[in-house]
Write a new protein. Structure first.
Length: 98
């Protein structure tokens, strides 16, 4: 089992830059490439589930576990909700391919 903090999160470095799901997915893909194993199961919590999905688009892991999936990823109408802030709306559109 491997676990790490993504750039700008947790105990990792926090350089002044723009962070994005794509940046973190690239970090995961680089880690998997260096790990060099084919029997990988990605586990993502909250918006980490989006990161896992994006990272899996090229790496083809054995599986993905998505816990507490970010922003209710099962309903396209949620992006119209006035209760959602811009960041939540961004993640929802990314997850739903909108």
């Amino acid at each position: 089992v491997h676990a790490f903090d993504l750039l700008g999160l947790g105990l990792s470095e926090k350089p002044p830059m723009e962070y994005s799901i794509e940046l973190w997915a690239e970090q995961v893909k680089d880690f998997l490439t260096k790990l060099g194993t084919e029997n990988v199961v990605l586990v993502g919590n909250s918006f980490g589930s989006l990161i896992s999905l994006l990272a899996a688009s090229e790496q083809r892991p054995k599986g993905i576990v998505m816990l507490n999936c970010a922003v209710g990823m099962n309903n396209k109408n949620m992006v119209k909700s006035p209760k959602m802030n811009d960041l939540q709306r961004f993640f929802a559109k990314l997850a739903l391919g909108l």
